[in-house]
Design a protein around this ligand. Structure first.
Ligand SMILES: [Mg+2]
Length: 368
């Protein structure tokens, strides 16, 4: 089997709820997504997607993804898409670093291979471990009133897990989080995600002022050492997200005992293949795991769902349904979601039926 052609599309995906806000004025109004269609000589097409969250969230930006895909794609024509590790090494050889330009291509390879083998991607990622994964929703940064209203909307919809954005001024964060925590039903699972926004001093102040209620602390500070300093005296679970960009960092976190759980993001790690490797190792090391990404619609969410549902339930934290965030559709179906859980669509590969007619003209169309 050989890769015969690759097309790439840019799809702007405005948010249903307007602006997504994190601390310190970091905002986005849409995902700026790159979608890749990879077709084999046998006529099977696999799909991949990568969408950064603005240019502020991770070391990635949408124009960079597009430029990178254009540069790297000619090297893949003629390669065997089933040789996923070889393709990963080839991409790293011809284009050093920049892991965020590779995930859509790797995801398309994984989808193509699973479709050609007529199995769902979850099977190739280790096998399905449960029917659905629990979903969480994000309470973005805002006034206490706005955040309470935001949380109430999620709860009214049936969601039982909330990630509250913190990481700004500590007294304000304490006020906002305390207000949200007091407003939600007993048993609601809360995460406080600072997105690496605090100094150690600030994180310690926040933790000290919020001892009264239960939550999991997510990525309080920027470095592993600073987060570890917080965790040493923390009486709550802690997960790291932004700190996990490679195997080396994951091993450092394990060695130092710097976290109880990890958030693995497909695009930050360079693709589905690499994320699967780290996910399996994270489970073996005893971490709790969330597999997600920085953004996207049906294609990217399906990949997240297949990775989540091949993670053992006892090690799985939760998942997120990004396709419900955006106003545009890219496929005729999507991962099935209830208010609190997400499954995977039936069918081979990602299981979704992408609609090329909804994607506009490709900005790249390369054939053998
Ligand atoms: Mg996070």
């Amino acid at each position: 089997m050989q890769i015969r052609s690759i097309k790439a599309y840019r799809v702007l995906q405005p948010f249903v709820s307007g602006t997504y806000a994190m601390s310190k004025g970091r905002e986005a109004a849409a995902f700026d997504s790159v979608i890749v269609a990879m077709t084999s000589d046998s006529g099977v097409t696999g799909w991949g997607e990568m969408a950064p969250l603005g240019s502020f969230y991770s070391a990635a930006f949408a124009a960079g993804v597009r430029a990178g895909v254009v540069e790297i794609t000619p090297h893949l024509i003629g390669e065997d898409p089933r040789a996923l590790t070889r393709i990963g090494r080839l991409m790293d050889t011809v284009f050093k670093g920049h892991p965020y330009i590779k995930p859509a291509l790797d995801m398309a390879c994984c989808d193509l291979v699973a479709r050609a083998a007529e199995v769902p991607m979850v099977t190739m990622l280790g096998g399905r471990t449960s029917e659905t994964a629990e979903l969480y929703e994000v309470v973005t940064h805002g006034t206490p009133e706005a955040m309470i209203a935001n949380a109430a909307k999620s709860i009214a919809g049936g969601c039982k897990r909330l990630q509250i954005k913190v990481g700004g001024d500590v007294p304000g964060d304490v006020e906002r989080v305390s207000a949200v925590a007091a407003s939600v039903p007993k048993g609601t699972v809360l995460f406080c995600d600072a997105n690496a926004g605090w100094t150690v001093y600030q994180a310690r102040q926040f933790v000290d002022a919020t001892r009264a209620f239960d939550y999991t602390l997510e990525q309080p500070c920027a470095t592993i050492d600073d987060c570890f300093s917080i965790r040493r005296t923390l009486d709550k679970p802690m997960v790291l997200d932004e700190s996990v960009t490679s195997l080396q960092e994951m091993l450092e976190i394990h060695q130092k005992g710097a976290a109880d759980g990890l958030t693995l993001k497909i695009s930050r790690l360079g693709g589905v293949s690499r994320t699967r490797q780290l996910r399996d190792l994270a489970v073996d090391l005893g971490f709790m795991v969330t597999v997600e990404d920085t953004g996207g619609a049906e294609i990217d969410t399906a990949a997240m769902a297949h990775l989540s549902l091949s993670t053992p339930p006892e090690n799985r934290l939760h998942a997120i349904a990004f396709h419900t965030w955006v106003t545009v559709r890219t496929a005729a179906n999507a991962p099935p979601v209830t208010a609190s859980h997400m499954g995977i669509p039936d069918g081979p590969g990602l299981g979704i039926d992408v609609r090329p007619d909804l994607l506009g003209m490709p900005f790249l169309d390369l054939s053998a």
